[in-house]
Design a protein around this ligand. Structure first.
Ligand code: FES
Ligand code: MG
Length: 603
């Protein structure tokens, strides 16, 4: 475990640097009428006047994302009590409020559709109520970026507290680690080839979720919380603590204490979420073997903070670095071992020692630099957090591809298996390129309906998933990682996948995904036909369909626009609003209108 001192708050005895905004509600001498109206209702459950009115007492929001509908974050209902204790101990007044629930695996049509809804509603709450700072209770995949995006737009002092990963899951004989999400991909392959029954499938899934907390693999949840910490927006060492450990409760208390001091010091997101911080986070994402959802979410947070960040930055900063965290899906262990090996501070210590953290002096929530926080916190278990010079994978970052198929799509090279390499890349002349005829699917339902009936798919087929981007399948579906037909799986074959949707962070498929522009907004994937030949050259970072510009122009005339009848209809008002206003995955899938509202607490 990281030493207590790593996340001990910096005490400040002095009062706030700037007048507290909550006092405009609770202690406005110029308008006693309104002040009394604001006060009376907050007193109706027992708060006293000094708790609301004292000039030096910050009012701190606790943005509660846990509920029965958000089981990954549900343990926050308990943790929030320790956050409150910390806030009160440091001389603040806590006000807890509920956030729109987001649950990754249970929300239809996608959980990512609701990231922007949760963002919008949190901005409105932070703006409209008497809050001087906020603790953001994060965890399940989209909850973390939604909270950080809102904190960026609002720009009041904010600090993340992760709910923490679940404990290890084990197979019934206790021999195999069962990691959340990753188990699903393995079990699905076993199920379609008849090796396990539907009942065993369910049983395996349950084994992988043995306690409260979020996914215990390095999926999107563990990734985004590690990156919140890497950005400087969560206490050092906090992200990896398992949900059920006592240290998690202690960390909640420390988070409550620290946010009060951050308000007193007026330490706002704009001072922490700089370009330097984002580059540090990109480096950390490679080192931990992080999720392909991270570029989308970090881009969104940056957009709301007014920081320029592109998918090209991801390759520039992150591609060459090694993966040193040996946790599923890229590696062998789960987050419990990762925590006991030291968590993110040990990863950062390793990067610092090798001169590979881009900006050691970036400011963090502790009021100190990332280097001050993490230097020398070396791994306590080199099997899990490995030495920089003996890494799990040497180039672990994302490639940023482009060509006539799309302007940007990313590929996580660290999960390319030896099997895939042999089958697709073994060509001495051109070792990192491959080519094949495509088979095209319009969304996940089309894929599921047809995949096992198709006779046109063989060992050299490239699978295309389109209509799965932010507009096509509202929120962008995690479906680009497609399994080949059962017959080919039995032969041990893997097929490359390309698509305008996303893939789960717990998944180990080397897909080319997040393609932007998506088919639904006029991208070339929408004009592909079965049998077209696509060539991918990873050295040149290109992906092209082998058609001339003239043939492409002709095709576009023949096809018209990507047909709306191939996409699911809007089922709710929010889906329509979202589709009308959302940007491409390479632009963070943000609401276009929202990005012009910046730092609104200061306006
Ligand atoms: Fe919620 Fe993985 S499904 S954290
Ligand atoms: Mg996911």
């Amino acid at each position: 475990a990281p030493p207590e001192g790593v996340y001990a708050p910096v005490e400040t005895s002095s009062g706030p640097k700037v007048p507290l905004r909550s006092k405009k509600w609770f202690n406005d001498l110029e308008d006693p009428g309104m002040t009394s109206i604001y006060l009376e209702r907050y007193m109706n459950f027992g708060l006293t006047l000094p708790e609301l009115q004292e000039e030096k007492r910050p009012v701190i929001g606790i943005a509660q994302t846990g509920s029965d509908l958000s089981p990954c974050n549900r343990h926050h209902i308990e943790l929030a009590k320790r956050v409150r204790d910390g806030i009160i101990a440091a001389g603040g007044t806590p006000l807890e409020f509920p956030c729109h629930p987001i649950q990754e695996t249970g929300k239809r049509p996608t959980a990512s559709l609701d990231r922007n809804l949760s963002y919008l509603s949190l901005v409105e709450v932070l703006y409209g109520y008497p809050l001087d700072g906020v603790v953001l209770l994060t965890g399940c995949d989209k909850t973390t970026p939604a909270m950080l995006m809102a904190a960026a737009t609002m720009n009041i002092p904010a600090l993340c507290l992760n709910v923490g990963p679940m404990l290890n899951g084990y197979s019934t004989d206790g021999k195999r680690l069962m990691g959340s999400g990753s188990v699903a991909w393995d079990s699905r392959a076993q199920y379609v080839t008849g090796k396990i029954t539907a009942q065993e499938f369910v049983h395996n899934m349950a084994l992988s979720a043995p306690s409260v907390g979020h996914c215990n693999t390095m999926g999107t949840a563990s990734t985004m919380n590690a990156l919140a910490e890497a950005l400087g927006m969560a206490l050092p060492g906090s992200a990896a603590i398992p949900a059920a450990y006592r240290e998690r409760g202690a960390c909640a208390y420390q988070t409550g204490r620290r946010i009060v001091d951050m308000v007193r010091q007026d330490l706002k997101p704009s001072e922490i979420l700089t370009k330097e911080a984002f580059e540090n986070a990109i480096a950390c994402n490679t080192a931990i073997g992080g999720s392909t959802n991270a570029p989308i979410h970090l881009c969104a947070i940056a957009k709301h903070m007014g920081v320029e960040l592109s998918t090209a930055d991801w390759e520039r900063v992150g591609y060459e670095l090694p993966v040193i965290v040996n946790v599923k899906p890229a590696g062998a262990w789960l987050c419990e071992e990762y925590y006991r090996a030291g968590g993110l501070p040990s990863v950062i210590a390793e990067l610092l020692e090798n001169g590979k953290l881009p900006h050691p002096n970036a400011l963090t929530c502790t009021g100190k630099s990332v280097s001050d926080n993490c230097k020398g916190e070396f791994s306590l278990d080199r099997r899990v957090i490995m030495p920089f010079d003996k890494p799990l994978k040497s180039h672990g970052g994302f490639l940023n591809l482009h060509g006539n198929l799309f302007d940007s799509a990313i590929m996580k090279t660290s999960v390319i298996s030896d099997k895939f390499r042999k089958q697709w890349l073994e060509n001495p002349e051109d070792p990192m390129a491959f080519e094949g005829a495509v088979v095209v699917f319009d969304g996940p339902e089309d894929y599921t309906r047809r995949i096992n009936k198709m006779t046109t798919i063989d060992a050299r087929t490239i699978l295309i998933m389109r209509g799965a981007g932010p507009q096509g399948y509202p929120g962008a579906a995690e479906v680009v990682n497609m399994l080949p037909p059962a017959e080919l799986i039995k032969q041990g074959l893997e097929l490359p996948c390309i698509g305008d949707g996303r893939q789960s962070g717990t998944c180990g498929t080397p897909a080319i995904l997040n393609a932007s522009p998506e088919a639904a907004s006029g991208g070339m994937l929408g004009y592909l036909r079965d049998g077209d030949v696509v060539r991918v050259d990873l050295n040149k970072r290109t992906a092209n369909v082998m058609l001339t510009d003239e043939q492409i122009a002709e095709r576009k005339v023949q096809v018209g626009s990507y047909q709306e009848n191939k996409m699911p209809k809007n089922q709710t008002p929010w889906q329509e609003i979202f589709r009308d206003s959302v940007s491409e995955l390479s632009d963070g899938m943000v609401l276009k209108q929202a990005t012009k509202y910046q730092r609104i607490a200061q306006t």
